[in-house]
Design a protein around this ligand. Structure first.
Ligand SMILES: NC(=O)c1ccc[n+]([C@@H]2O[C@H](COP(=O)([O-])OP(=O)(O)OC[C@H]3O[C@@H](n4cnc5c(N)ncnc54)[C@H](O)[C@@H]3O)[C@@H](O)[C@H]2O)c1
Length: 334
């Protein structure tokens, strides 16, 4: 499935964050569908450093790239010397996924440095090479604004959301100053699917609940989880959006969700059906203040400008993901 008529064969493609969840899926998409493309993954990979929340500072994992035949460069987007390793290439496309993706990191300095400062440098590379720039923004820029979340009304409520909001502003200004460039941001909602496992506790509830159930445990949810809705989107639709963004009608930052929110209870129920269990559900009080109760992407602008068309329902996504959830069950995510 190639999603658009763009021929990426013979093109040179940079994927920052390519050892992570979304980036590695993009890398394999090009390898499979455009075997003559030249794909370069740039990622700092994981070290053993953790944030104060106990999560790793970067989630890139070599196992996400086993079987990948392109170039892999281990480097930090915050380090100009590392970025200079890219000077030997001339890129046609840049998919900028590298970021501190953990929404619960409150070390503002490192979030801003990593997600914001480096974006200027990557935009400069795109400009120098006349490359198309598609970058990851996030639904976190909407904070707890009511659904549907629509481009033009943003209210980030954590350092991560604010950093992505700044990226959209930088992209907007850069687009105005460089009207010939293609610069498109994608505001991903809640993504799930293969190659997210190494994000540990920050991976989606689909795999986390799947493993709870496979452990024989009753899925554990916040009280009222049938009323807590999210716009969950399968990785294949995220890849589709990235591909279609390359031929966007106009620059901008667009929502990428299904437009069809579902509850955490739905996830637990679909998983139990798929896994053939009948463990019921246990509930506990939600410890978070100001918890977002409902997200729903308004995808009007992405349909109009990208031709984006979410194809995978939650039932279909979980169904195709279950063999991978089973394969990873009991394996270490380190
Ligand atoms: N997965 C989601 O639900 C979701 C939702 C909204 C936005 N996003 C955004 O999409 C992008 C990809 O997310 P993901 O889920 O694949 O996360 P991920 O953490 O798996 O991937 C990010 C990658 O960036 C790398 N990285 C981090 N800091 C780096 C640095 N300083 N230099 C080089 N590489 C660095 C990590 O090693 C990792 O491989 C991120 O920008 C994230 O903020 C993801």
């Amino acid at each position: 499935m190639t999603y658009s008529s763009t021929d990426f064969n013979k093109k040179t493609i940079l994927i920052t964050g390519g050892a992570g969840f979304i980036g590695s899926n993009l890398a394999f998409y090009f390898q499979k569908n455009f075997p003559q493309s030249r794909v370069i993954v740039f990622d700092c990979f994981r070290s053993e450093a953790v944030f104060s929340n106990g999560n790793l500072q970067s989630f890139g994992h070599y196992k996400n790239l086993v079987g990948f035949e392109g170039d892999v460069i281990c480097g930090n987007i915050n380090n100009l010397n590392d970025l200079s390793l890219l000077n030997k290439y001339k890129f046609d496309y840049i998919f900028h996924q590298a970021a501190i993706s953990d929404t619960r990191v409150y070390d503002q300095k490192i979030v801003m440095q990593t997600n914001v400062n480096s974006f200027y440098d990557l935009l400069d590379i795109a400009k120098k090479d006349a490359a198309v720039m598609v970058y990851a923004s996030s639904a976190a820029i909407y904070g707890s604004l009511p659904s549907p979340q629509t481009e033009g009304k943003e209210r980030p409520e954590n350092p991560y959301g604010f950093s992505k909001f700044l990226m959209d502003k930088i992209a907007d200004r850069y687009s105005r100053e460089n009207p010939d460039m293609v610069i498109v941001g994608l505001r991903f909602f809640n993504v799930y699917g293969p190659r997210e496992f190494f994000k540990g506790k920050t991976s989606s509830m689909v795999i986390q609940l799947g493993h709870q159930i496979l452990n024989g445990n009753t899925p554990l949810l916040f009280e009222g989880s049938d009323q807590i809705l999210r716009d969950f989107i399968f990785i294949e639709d995220i890849v589709q959006a990235n591909i279609k963004a390359c031929s966007s009608k106009k620059n901008g930052s667009y929502n990428v969700g299904t437009g069809n929110p579902r509850s955490f209870q739905d996830i637990a129920d679909i998983l139990q059906k798929e896994l053939g269990t009948d463990l019921g559900t246990e509930y506990f009080p939600n410890p978070y203040d100001g918890y977002q109760m409902h997200t729903q992407a308004d995808i009007g602008a992405s349909i109009d400008n990208l031709g984006f068309e979410p194809k995978v329902t939650l039932e279909q996504g979980i169904n195709s993901y279950v063999p991978e959830i089973k394969r990873l069950h009991g394996k270490p995510s380190k």
